[in-house]
Design a protein around this ligand. Structure first.
Ligand code: PLP
Length: 387
């Protein structure tokens, strides 16, 4: 039985799966049991930030596994303290405190909870086409989720959606009951759609004037992927809360909420909590990831590889490139799913998105010049229209 058939037999049938079953990863390359090799430009949904066998990550996690694999947040640990310090140092200066969790949805859930707690308000502003996760609060601010898997009877707060990039709507969105606005500076699932600076600044201004908090969801765009530590920095906006996950642990499940000293001052013991968040294996991974991004100048690499994609990859079925750094959308004339399938047959893994004509690239930040050449050459082999 293939892994696909066995998973289908023993797990819930909720995932569409691609016809490739890797058993090993080396750098940005995946290998199946027969030795077939595929360049992974999707990075496991932006998770494999250092590729699949980075010695710094392996060493940090295995050493911690051998030393002390787990203790809860009731016990202070050097490894957690170091991860928090490194994450705060990596982030913009105004973000001075971290709260560790286990996933992107949980990070957003807690950021929104903090916003309601600190402001005492009940209304959240969100943006059309946004994706923030599948838990109750994260689902409530995800565009269109009520039609699909947001199956709870009520949202935990009132939600007001603003049309993306509509600056006037952004200005008018806030009232004196608004606790927060939540926004992905580059909308990932929507197809690496980079929101305009003007729009992001209008949301930030509206939030600040009405006493609401600005939450940047950087689960997909953060941790250096945009070419800066967090994508919101490109707009010159200082958020009150930032959420991170995916790349944060390089493959070890984890997430984090970053916030300001002002928000931290409002928190009391018991306000938030989690068993596994900030566990020592995740903490060791976070420190290794952040240190490697800085030591290996991976944010510079993200910007250089982005520039290369923009020059070389508008070829074959691709008509334009959108996004930032290594969160990129290739706009395709044919449906993106057809281009993804044709590329996989030619040894490259990519992803689709909420936009049926946008193919998504979320590769490891360690990819090199020849990887983009390989993509460009494979795209050039494809016709502008695929039957
Ligand atoms: C921007 C954004 N926020 C939140 C999430 C949810 O993260 P998770 O799947 O870790 O819960 C995702 C996942 O794709 C995401 O892209």
């Amino acid at each position: 039985m293939s892994a696909h058939d066995e998973e289908l037999r023993y797990t819930l049938p909720v995932y569409a799966q691609l016809p490739f079953e890797p058993v090993e990863g080396r750098g940005a390359w995946l290998f199946d049991a027969e030795g077939r090799k595929v360049l992974d430009l999707y990075g496991g949904h932006a998770v494999a930030v250092l590729g699949y066998d980075h010695p710094a990550l392996i060493q940090a996690v295995t050493a911690q596994l051998g030393r002390l694999p787990f203790q809860s947040n009731a016990i202070a640990m050097d490894v957690r303290a170091e991860a928090a310090r490194r994450l705060v140092d990596f982030a913009p200066d105004a973000l001075t405190h971290a709260f560790f969790v286990n996933s992107g949805a949980e990070a957003n859930e807690n950021a929104l909870r903090l916003a309601c707690l600190v402001t005492g308000r009940k209304r959240i502003v969100a943006v059309s086409h946004a994706f923030h996760g599948r838990t109750a609060a994260a689902g409530a601010v995800t565009w269109g989720s009520h039609k699909r898997w947001y199956a709870f009877p009520d949202t935990p707060f009132d939600v007001h959606f603003v049309k993306r990039d509509d600056v006037d709507a952004a200005r008018a969105a806030f009232d004196d009951n608004t606790a927060a606005v939540i926004v992905e500076p580059v909308q990932g699932v929507a197809g690496a759609y980079d929101l305009s600076t003007e729009f992001l600044r209008a949301l930030a201004q509206g939030a600040s004037e009405s006493g609401a908090l600005f939450v940047a969801d950087e689960v997909q765009s953060g941790i250096g992927r945009s070419g800066l530590p967090f994508a919101i920095q490109h707009a010159g906006v200082t958020p009150d809360l930032v959420t991170a996950a995916k790349s944060l642990g390089g493959g070890i499940p984890c997430g984090a909420v970053l916030t300001t000293a002002a928000v931290a001052a409002e928190c009391r013991k018991g306000d938030l909590g989690t068993t596994f968040g900030g566990g020592p294996l995740a903490a060791a991974a976070i420190s290794a990831v952040l240190q490697t991004i800085e030591d290996a100048a991976l944010m510079d690499n993200a910007r250089e590889r982005e520039a290369q994609v923009r020059v070389q990859c508008v070829t074959g079925p691709v008509t334009a490139v959108q996004g930032r750094g290594l969160l990129l959308g290739l706009r395709c004339k044919p449906p993106a799913a057809q281009v993804r399938d044709a590329l996989l047959e030619r040894g490259i893994l990519t992803g689709t998105s909420g936009d049926p004509h946008v193919l998504r690239l979320l590769p490891p930040l360690t990819i090199v010049e020849r990887d983009i050449h390989f993509l460009a050459s494979r795209l050039a082999e494809l016709p502008a229209e695929i039957d």
